[in-house]
Design a protein around this ligand. Sequence first.
Ligand SMILES: [Zn+2]
Length: 339
Amino acid sequence: MLRGAQGTAVARKECPGFRSRLSRLARGMIRGHGTGVAAPPGCRIPILPDPELPIMRLALSTVLLVLSAGLAHAGSGVNAFPPAPAPLTSPVPAAAQPKATTTPPHARPVTTPGLSEPKLKLAKIQGSAGRTGPRVALTFDACSGKTDQRIFSTLVENRIPATIFATARWIRHNPDAVAVLKANPDLFEVENHGAMHVPAVDKPAMVYGIPAAGSPEAVTAEVTGGANAIEAAGFAAPHWFRGATARYNSGAMAEISGLGFRVAGYSLNGDDGASVSAATAEKRLSGAKDGSVIIAHINQPDRPAGEGVARGILALKARGAFFVKLSDAAEEPVTAAVR
Ligand SMILES: [Zn+2]
């Protein structure tokens, strides 16, 4: 019912011609020619029976898809942070997730606009110095959660040095592993992976699905909170910082160096956040080149990747690799680049 000019009720009826026009319009929208149409006076808008209804829904979906694709394309060239509320996003590396999922998040890192992932390699040393294999630095992130004894015991039993990037959270929840680290200062150095494992990005952003620190103050709290926990646990003061996800924006990079830390990149990703298969992790590590700084995760004992990481370490040892800690390498010229 609707009201006429004098306020009297006017009955609307279904008009076959209008219904037919609407039906044709639905099909026309699918071909990209749809326009609006008004109901003639006295005609009600008909309820289209199948198959028209699905067609109209499809037409609407098509319009929405085209609209959203256009928006995504419009944002693809942005090289700085978009204004709020649009967050930066990228897939979640498995080891960085608060809870394990059954689906590996990604096989390859995806570039996140506005963020950089610093690269770090050991400097070439002239002459082989009696070495037959590559000179490499093993670095392991201990984001949160537990300790992967497959990797940890391989390092200890084979007397292979490594650098552990630990968060305050991991230190708090792994007292036994901390005791082993402290008992083997010749093998291990503990460096700063932050307080709460939030990405060191000083603007609102999502990195691998994790909310970033979001402000300079929060980046500072993440860095200093991690360092304080390491010292409070009885380790030497850290000199290197690697943020959660190992991605940063330029502001955070400046804040980190302003606090006296070097940003610890890497040159070989051994396990993609503990998400790869054991065979893949083994192949990656065992293929390390001279000067490689290898990143892998030592906090995911329930995933297959760690088994492959342990095998890859032994394969490197069998190749005659010479393992160094980052602090040892830092005494040599170290190259770092942003890619
Ligand atoms: Zn981490």
